[in-house]
Design a binder for this molecule. Structure first.
Ligand SMILES: *Cc1c(COP(=O)(O)O)cnc(C)c1O
Length: 400
């Protein structure tokens, strides 16, 4: 079957909750993917940063295969020999004392919100039913009903009411608004240190530190959603490391899987995750040995192949090269590490047509928020590959 035939079937039988580029991928390796017609592309999205380690990383695939032949699922009714090691290795790597495993990012965010509320009632002493959590404008933390309840994106909420109460929203990057919004019932502030789906938005320098200090002063948990910005994407293990903060809770997912098998986790300390007692919260697949083994190897690859350092250096290089393209379309180039957003002027007519033109030249990226092209290739990309891509990116951005 060819590209058009696959697309026709998917359009007929699959719900239309996405608008993908018309490329049907059948094979991938490192930064490269191949479509069913045999055409090769450089992947500059990396599955929204879930494949930071590169597609089908041989070490991760090997562990996946080996573990698949041993034991894949025990449920948490029994123990397995992979989860304890993932807990220990993840905590040692990140400096947190406890973790709680889930599967998708949204589930881990839900877990953090539940932990924060319970912490509010059991530890902070907030009156039952009154807990408030503050989020930011332009946030993206997943698609569950509770999470979209604090979304500021009309489309994410349209048709899904009634929403979960207990959330407030303050302007992203505005510490004064945060301080004003806090009441004695506030239990947590949820923030992406760099907003991904929002358009690769880096807040003004000092915002995270200010917000963190305000949280500390008011006994409010500072929760960093690092599902997309974490695990090397920003050029640091976590994007919050660019400022002097140590979040009370860190949420990770995406690249924890190496792109192979969904795994997410909430990292914190005993004061917060200790609020959960047996039966309070759970997931059938959360902490399963297949996912745990894959996550352990994904973390090892990230560290041993020095992908975080690579992301930092090559990210600077990538932005430098982008800045050399003198085009009327580009309003701003921003980001940290290989987490890059190119915002176009509205007159450019939206980022989608540029993504389509790049696709024709063998580069896959996806527009975000209409006017932003996001460049976030797997962190295993080389300088030579960036140079190769830059020729096409230049041609596309310089065209009318
Ligand atoms: C992708 C993402 C999520 C949701 O993860 P899913 O695995 O899609 O549920 C949450 N927060 C951020 C910042 C994300 O980028």
């Amino acid at each position: 079957m060819n590209t058009q035939e696959y697309i026709k079937i998917e359009e007929q039988y699959g719900a239309h909750n996405y608008h993908p580029l018309d490329v049907v991928i059948t094979k991938a390796e490192g930064v490269w993917v191949w479509d069913v017609d045999g055409k090769k592309y450089l992947d500059c999205l990396a599955a929204y940063s879930a494949v930071n380690q590169g597609h089908c990383h041989p070490r991760i695939v090997n562990v996946l295969k080996e573990q698949a032949e041993k034991v894949t699922l025990t449920s948490r009714a029994f123990r397995n020999d992979q989860l304890p090691l993932l807990c220990k290795e993840l905590c040692e790597l990140t400096g947190y004392k406890m973790m709680l495993p889930m599967n998708s990012g949204a589930e881990a965010v839900e877990t953090a919100l539940k932990a924060a509320r319970k912490w509010g009632y059991k530890v902070k002493g907030v009156e039952e039913g009154k807990a408030e959590i503050i989020a930011c404008t332009n946030n993206f933390s997943g698609r569950t009903i509770s999470i979209i309840s604090f979304s500021t994106e009309e489309q994410y909420k349209d048709g899904y009411a009634p929403f979960t109460p207990g959330f407030k929203v303050v302007e992203y990057g505005n510490a004064e608004q945060l301080e004003k919004a806090i009441t004695p019932n506030t239990v947590a502030f949820l923030v992406e240190p760099i907003q991904g789906e929002g358009g690769v938005i880096v807040p003004a320098e000092g915002f995270l530190k200010k917000a963190y200090d305000i949280c500390k002063k008011n006994k409010v948990l500072f929760i960093a959603d690092e599902i997309q910005s974490g695990l090397g994407r920003s050029g640091k293990m976590f994007a919050y490391e660019y400022e002097e903060v140590r979040p009370d809770v860190v949420i990770i997912g995406k690249a924890l899987s190496g792109g192979c098998y969904p795994v997410s986790a909430v990292l914190s300390d005993k004061e917060v995750l200790g609020v959960f007692n047996p039966g309070d919260h759970g997931s059938t697949f959360g902490g399963n040995p297949l996912g745990a083994a894959v996550a352990r190897e994904s973390l090892k690859v990230l560290v041993e192949e020095e992908l975080i350092e690579k992301s930092f250096e090559l990210g600077n290089y990538f932005r430098e090269k982008l800045r050399e393209i003198k085009t009327k379309h580009v309003k701003e180039i921003r980001g940290k590490g290989l987490f890059i957003g190119v915002e176009l002027y509205p007159e450019a007519g939206g980022a989608r047509r540029f993504c389509e033109a790049l696709m024709k030249r063998g580069i896959l990226c996806k527009e975000t928020h209409t006017h932003v092209i996001r460049f976030a290739p797997p962190l295993v990309i080389t300088k030579a590959e960036i140079d190769w891509a830059m020729d096409s990116i230049g041609e596309v951005l310089l065209a009318d």
